[in-house]
Write a protein that binds this ligand. Structure first.
Ligand SMILES: [Zn+2]
Length: 95
């Protein structure tokens, strides 16, 4: 067996997540979205919003549905009702 030599994983540098949880919470409240992501991932224990991609998503007005650190989805339990609600509401509003 050849020895397994994997290249080092690309380290993602956490960003400052101050205010992002509140921002997501406020946005979900405003849009009637379910607020899936806790501030701290219950799976890996990391700050969900400190992942640069998650932070970018929140800043872009998107919905965070999972932890990008461990790829855990937070919407597993509630996804069925959420997707049903989504189908009824047409996406995209003039603005
Ligand atoms: Zn996680």
């Amino acid at each position: 067996m050849a020895s397994e030599q994997r290249p080092a994983k690309t380290e993602v540098t956490p960003v400052d997540s101050t205010g992002l949880y509140a921002k997501q919470a406020a946005m979900c409240k405003e849009k009637g979205w379910p607020h899936f992501a806790p501030s701290r991932c219950y799976c890996c224990g990391r700050d969900v919003y400190s992942h640069p991609e998650t932070a970018a998503e929140v800043n872009a007005g998107g919905l965070v549905t999972g932890c990008r650190w461990c790829y855990r989805s937070f919407c597993d339990q509630r996804f069925s009702s959420y997707s049903r609600a989504r189908q009824r509401a047409p996406a995209g509003q003039a603005g």
